[in-house]
Design a protein around this ligand. Sequence first.
Ligand SMILES: *Cc1c(COP(=O)(O)O)cnc(C)c1O
Length: 284
Amino acid sequence: MHWYFNDRLIPAEEPVLQLNELGLLRGFGIFDFFLVEEGTPIFYEGYEARFLASARKLGLPLPLSTGELRRAIAELLQRNGESHAAIRLLLTGGYSPDGYRPGPSHLAILQHPFVPYPAEKCERGIGLQLNRYQRQLPEIKTTNYLNGIRLLPLLQAAGDLEPLYHDHGYVRETVRSNFWLVDEEGSLVTPKRGVLQGITRARVLDLARRDMPVQQRAVRVGELSRAREAFITGTSKRVMPVVRIDGRPVGDGQPGPVTRELMSRFERLKQEARKRSAARPEDR
Ligand SMILES: *Cc1c(COP(=O)(O)O)cnc(C)c1O
């Protein structure tokens, strides 16, 4: 496996960083993460736009143009030769002269094996644990997952997948996914503010709006116990049913019909994206 560091491909196991890198010293960094299926980066434009926006909002200059970034990704995929993969773009504060101030930023492009979640999680649904937390710069995909990783042993002990963040009585998102519910009236609802604007979330919003009542609005923690259905969305989780929150069943404790419908619509949309790009290889 090869990875990309700044302007060149390097073997993944090759050490490349000095230890005064600001991403390591102070957690100053952003990333993005997308899938490649049958050689095609899925919904790439959305991820690239969010990566550039995250970089701008944190004041991290990107050391190459978007054209160069695309070429670097293509070169990496070609070199590694896997048709299914996950790509992580990582941009960090660089070597700090004094342990605090950024130096010239570092760009890394990592390729990971494509490991879909076990089908069983999608069929039976997963559990979440409420946790009071607000991500610091919610609209930026920063590398800071301190709180989520700290909670891993607790989640594992309860057999739950992720913490569900809430703050001042309002539900936000899980540590790595956006959160949705079907409310008492049958409307599909997802929190509007204080969350990362997920690429999967945006696609699912489009798919739902065709014929479902949809609201992006504030969601009170108290609504969770009355929800008919819940699910989370994210790049590797896709649309994943939530059947349990803090050990209590959501609705009847089974993945619901709205969730199932959106799961299959999303799979079809990805299939279409793959086909479209296969028909236009020059866009890759
Ligand atoms: C990545 C991420 C999501 C999901 O976004 P996608 O673009 O759908 O993968 C949601 N919340 C947080 C905090 C994330 O890091």
